[in-house]
Write a new protein. Structure first.
Lengths: 100, 490
């Protein structure tokens, strides 16, 4: 149990660091996916180690969040392509026409 | 009975599919404005008929296994959401930005479905799904103006901030679920109140709070707000400013009051007896929002960014009410959110007219506004003064209810007095920048003297929506009990 929690915390931190530090939109997208998967590991770990084994709520959570993560990746990639069409680049530090 | 509890959501979702089909099947050869007009009329008729058919004289319906609550008060909230959605759809006619009219309407309606789910649900999975339905539609709507680089950039920034916060919220929910093993908010509260609270539950609540702070655009998670407001088309910006904020606050009030009530995760923000928990977190977020929002709003020259930053400050005031953590406080926050949503719909509509007339949304463009249209100038004054909290407008009672609820809370004689005092000082600062715009609009100067050319007149339907919003703010300001009893469902 402790192992799974440590893994998910590590994954979450790696994802967050990826979003904050990487200057590339695709990398940031991957970071977000890592964070979502960290939560999924939690759901499964808690479900596996809970005393009530017939309670499937952890599984349901995981299935819902995987589906949502897929939708989020689709929307994110579409937005990245849209920005690429305008600027021929998806580096986040170059996105600074909105300021103030 | 059960079907009635989800009727608003079902009607809106079907309407979204209908609009998409009609547009793709028959309207592709029409001009953009004709398509928008026809679809607006269809949506207004359909939602209006659904509202009339929905008999509201019924007992509250609950589906306990799904944590679904449909009381008359909640249904009124959904009606307001539907009305604000229609307002932002009609507002999309002010500018021409897309060939994909059906998709635009369908996405807006689906986002409205997400917002309605948030008002009813006490189930964590449903709440997260509803939030994502709302957010994912909004990312696309923000970037919908495909020919404008600004719009795409705003959409991507909104998405990246939103994605991180959604993941953070999900992580928080996973910890909370692990600590309690429950999905329904009342049961979560029972488990949390039963035994000593594990640190993992407090962590979960704090992570989820950070995700919520993004949705309601509270500082320091507000960075997307000005960009999204500026880059989006007027219709989408109005939807983000009104519906999205109202629904997020409805869910947050539900979650904090029903699910996170036990003292172990709530914490305390009173000076001297501070304890970690969501109250302490939101007290920090409220202070940051009030300071950052007001100071940044002072410095803005663009009207949209100004609305965004003043919205950050308003999120701070609403959080002050929320951390009072009483039933009355939850309703006062809802009252505030409703009046704020109506006011911001009006302000964004004003910004659309401003852009059409002057070519940019610079605040200086309001010079000579009074000479051009007395009606719009008076409505602008109503919106700004209501946001500033001047009696007898609705915004005054919103602030009054929220602050008095905060003072009565926490058992201590003065509750979170320090936070209320800071909010009151900040409101005085805010008065300055609101009145600055009113003065610019009302100064008796000729257009030529102000260096402005007379621009396009606004569409009559936009003026009608603006008038309706202003009337509601005056009406609910004169009779604040009316809105409060609607929300309480009594």
């Amino acid at each position: 149990m402790t192992f799974y929690l440590a893994l998910s915390v590590l994954l979450f931190c790696v994802g967050l660091a990826g979003v904050l530090a990487r200057r590339h939109a695709i990398m940031a997208l991957i970071g977000i996916e890592l964070m979502l998967n960290a939560a999924n590991i939690n759901f499964i770990a808690f479900w596996r180690h809970s005393s009530a084994a017939d309670d499937l709520s952890g599984m349901f959570w995981m299935i819902f969040s995987v589906a949502i993560a897929a939708a989020e990746a689709a929307v994110g990639l579409a937005l990245v392509i849209l920005v690429f069409r305008h600027r021929r680049s998806v580096r986040l530090d170059e996105l600074e026409s909105l300021k103030g | 009975m059960v079907a009635r509890a989800v009727l608003p959501e079902i009607c809106t979702a079907f309407l979204a599919l209908l609009v998409l089909t009609v547009d793709l099947a028959w309207l592709t050869t029409w001009s953009e404005s004709a398509r928008k007009t026809l679809l607006c009329v269809v949506c207004t008729l359909a939602l209006g008929i659904a509202w009339i058919l929905l008999d509201r004289n019924w007992e509250p319906v609950a589906i306990p296994t799904l944590g679904w609550m449909a009381s008359p008060g909640v249904t009124c909230l959904k009606g307001l959401i539907a009305a604000l959605t229609l307002g932002s759809l009609w507002l999309s006619r002010e500018s021409s930005f897309t060939k994909h009219v059906g998709e635009y309407f369908a996405l807006t309606l689906l986002a409205a479905v997400g917002a309605m789910i948030l008002c009813s649900t006490q189930h964590l999975i449903l709440a997260f799904t509803g939030l994502e339905l709302l957010s994912l539609s909004l990312y696309v709507l923000t970037a919908f103006h495909k020919d404008r680089a600004l719009s795409a950039e705003a959409g991507l920034k909104y998405f990246l901030f939103g994605g991180v916060s959604a993941a953070t919220m999900l992580y928080g929910f996973s910890l909370l679920h692990g600590a309690t093993g429950e999905l329904l908010l009342p049961k979560v509260a029972m488990k949390l109140a039963a035994g000593p609270v594990e640190p993992i539950a407090v962590m979960g609540v704090l992570f989820a709070s950070a995700g919520f702070a993004f949705k309601i655009s509270a500082a320091p998670f507000h960075l997307w707000t000005p960009d999204a407001y500026q880059g989006a088309t007027p219709g989408s910006a109005a939807f983000i400013a009104s519906v999205s904020k109202l629904a997020s606050f409805a869910l947050l009030a539900q979650v904090t009051w029903v699910g996170w009530n036990p003292a172990g995760v709530a914490g305390n923000a009173s000076l001297g007896s501070a304890k970690p928990g969501w109250i302490a977190f939101f007290a920090f977020a409220a202070t940051a929002s009030i300071v950052i929002g007001n100071l940044a709003a002072l410095a803005q020259s663009g009207f949209r960014r100004f609305i965004a930053y003043s919205g950050v400050a308003h999120a701070g005031y609403m959080l002050v009410g929320l951390i009072a953590n009483t039933q009355d406080a939850a309703y006062s926050v809802l009252y505030y959110a409703v009046t704020y949503a109506i006011g911001s719909l009006g302000l964004i509509a004003m910004s659309a007219i401003l852009e059409n007339r002057r070519g940019s949304d610079a605040i200086s463009g309001f010079a000579g506004w009074m000479r051009e249209s007395r009606f719009l100038a008076v409505c602008l004054m109503v919106f700004l003064l209501s946001q500033a909290g001047i009696p007898p407008l609705a915004g005054f009672f919103a602030k009054f209810y929220v602050f008095s609820a905060a003072l009565k809370s926490h058992g201590a004689p003065h509750g979170v007095f320090w936070l209320v005092a800071a909010s009151l000082v900040a409101s005085c600062v805010a008065l300055y920048y609101y009145l600055r715009i009113v003065r610019a609009a009302f100064e008796a100067r000729d257009l030529a003297e102000a260096g402005q050319a007379p621009g396009m007149p606004a569409l009559w339907i936009t003026r009608a929506w603006i008038g309706a919003c202003a009337l509601l703010l005056v009406w609910w300001g004169c009779f604040p009990d009316k809105l409060l009893s609607l929300l309480r469902g009594s």
